[in-house]
Design a protein around this ligand. Structure first.
Ligand SMILES: [Fe+2]
Length: 509
């Protein structure tokens, strides 16, 4: 009797409650870009931060109505058809994390391919493929290296081509999104228009921009095909950001920088398949063959950049003391190739022939000379070899024998004086110089820069694409791929250049 009354009361309460609270459509700013066939997994799936025994898997579930919680089941299998499921569990996502889902799947085997998928709201996600890192010996490793993908400058065709390759991981060196409003930095004639239309500042702004970028077909394909190892550069917050400010942040109009930085950071961690730890800089062992060191050269410890080349001589930190010491400790690894995921160019570059008023890029390591020289000294004092910087940011492709004070200490014939190599990847889509000048003019500029900088062996400031880095026991290989166009989703690409360096040497050939 007592139970029946309670039951009746519950039913009555529940009915009246439903009438009082009609469901509210989610109405997202990017919903016009949603492909209804993909509902509710419009943004696909992704994986990242692989280790020998674990990897992050990610998706986003987009409900039709604003709900407080969505149950999501995940599955991991060694078989693409999921005929046997290795691990599975159910969790819930909420608006507090923008309905994104992230699982750190543990207890996996090293150097193994896994497949994963999600179930939610009576639908099943596309299947993702990922791979754990090796322990011990590895015969070869292959990475795609990317940076600088800008929605308005065009389609992410480079990502789509990377999706088709056999890889161990994709390394993203930053500028994964850009913060600008419509037409401020891009080619709006292509028809890809920023959402929201204004410069992104709030948490909702950053979430919306991430959501939009993830709807690009190429980004969705690459994310489903390979694990991602990403680090941010400046535009994930605002142009030329550093610990306490950014060139593109005006506190009088845009509020407190730290509030904006925290909003950008929260959205980034929600929308990328990254393990959330105390620091953004982190290292990835790939057995005896390689150790990947991913640096945070923006938000962790960077002092404001110098205003003049003279100021660049002053004491100034790019990494901050704690991260710098962490880098040096990691460089002592016994792994053969030490790969430094580096946002801004490390090598000295004399820009005077093409930019007389800007002899050095002071936002890059040329503005942070004391710390650059300290790292160089550490490498030489400890006789460390096989150090490879991989670098983004410049929207140009580079192959460089890393030397400092080039005119005095470097011999271009023998490579004596150089202590590492640097492979710079061009942009996925952000403007090269020939989006502003004629291609012939840019070719001339490249030749002038190569003449003034004999340690630079390859430079392409005209094309968009990516870098394929292959590590072998006897050599490393950099293959520079470029795509034909950004104006449409297009499958054409070509290999513009190949450079090698033998183990134990510096000379690029
Ligand atoms: Fe960029």
């Amino acid at each position: 009797m007592r139970l029946s009354i309670i039951f009746l009361l519950c039913v009555l309460f529940s009915c009246s409650n439903q009438k009082e609270q009609p469901r509210k459509p989610l109405n997202e700013a990017v919903s016009g870009l949603y492909d209804s066939a993909r509902k509710p997994f419009y943004h696909g799936v992704a994986s990242g931060d692989p280790l020998p025994d674990r990897v992050i898997i990610w998706t986003r579930v987009t409900p039709e109505y604003s709900v407080s919680k969505i149950a999501v089941k995940w599955e991991v299998s060694e078989k693409p058809d999921f005929s046997s499921v290795l691990q599975s569990d159910t969790l819930s996502t909420t608006p507090a994390r923008d309905y994104t889902v992230k699982v750190d799947v543990q207890g996996l085997q090293p150097a193994t391919v896994y497949y994963y998928r999600f179930h939610a709201l009576n639908h099943t996600s596309p299947t993702g493929r990922t791979k754990t890192t090796p322990t011990g010996r590895a015969d070869s490793l292959k990475f795609a290296v990317v940076s600088c993908s800008n929605w308005e400058w065009g389609y992410f065709n480079a990502y789509a081509r990377i999706a088709e390759k056999e890889l161990d991981a994709v390394i993203h060196l930053g500028d994964y999104i850009y913060e600008y409003g419509v037409g401020r930095y891009g080619d709006t004639t292509i028809g890809r228009i920023n959402i929201p239309p204004h410069e992104i500042i709030t948490l909702q702004d950053y979430r919306t921009r991430h959501s939009q970028y993830r709807l690009d077909e190429g980004l969705r394909a690459m994310s489903a095909a390979h694990p991602l190892i990403a680090i941010w550069d400046d535009h994930e917050v605002a142009n030329n950001s550093y610990k306490a400010g950014a060139e593109n942040h005006q506190p009088d109009k845009e509020g407190d920088y730290y509030t904006r930085k925290e909003a950008a950071r929260k959205a980034y961690y929600e929308w990328l398949p990254i393990r959330e730890g105390a620091t953004h800089y982190r290292a990835f062992p790939f057995g005896e063959l390689a150790h990947l060191i991913m640096l945070d050269e923006r938000l962790e410890g960077r002092d404001a950049p110098p205003a003049t080349p003279q100021e660049a001589q002053q004491q100034r930190s790019m990494l901050g003391q704690t991260q710098l010491q962490w880098l040096l400790d990691n460089l002592r690894t016994t792994a053969q190739w030490k790969i430094i995921g580096n946002q801004v160019i490390f090598s000295d570059i004399d820009l005077r022939p093409v930019y007389p008023n800007m002899p050095r890029n002071l936002d890059a390591w040329d503005g942070y000379l004391s710390e650059k020289l300290l790292i160089k000294k550490f490498i030489l004092d400890n006789k460390l070899n096989n150090i490879v910087f991989i670098t983004g940011d410049t929207h140009a492709a580079w192959g460089i024998e890393v030397a400092t004070d080039v005119a005095k200490t470097y011999n271009p014939k023998t490579s004596a004086g150089a202590f590492a190599v640097e492979f710079g990847t061009t942009s996925v889509s952000s403007a090269n110089d020939n989006e502003y000048r004629s291609t012939d003019t840019v070719k001339l500029m490249e030749q002038q820069l190569l003449r003034a900088n004999p340690h630079i062996k390859y430079l392409n400031d005209r094309d968009h694409g990516y870098l394929l880095l292959t590590l072998l026991p006897d050599k490393a290989r950099a293959e520079y791929f470029v795509v034909e166009t950004l104006r449409t989703a297009d499958g054409r690409e070509r290999r513009d250049k190949v450079l090698h360096v033998k183990s134990g040497t510096i000379k690029l050939y």
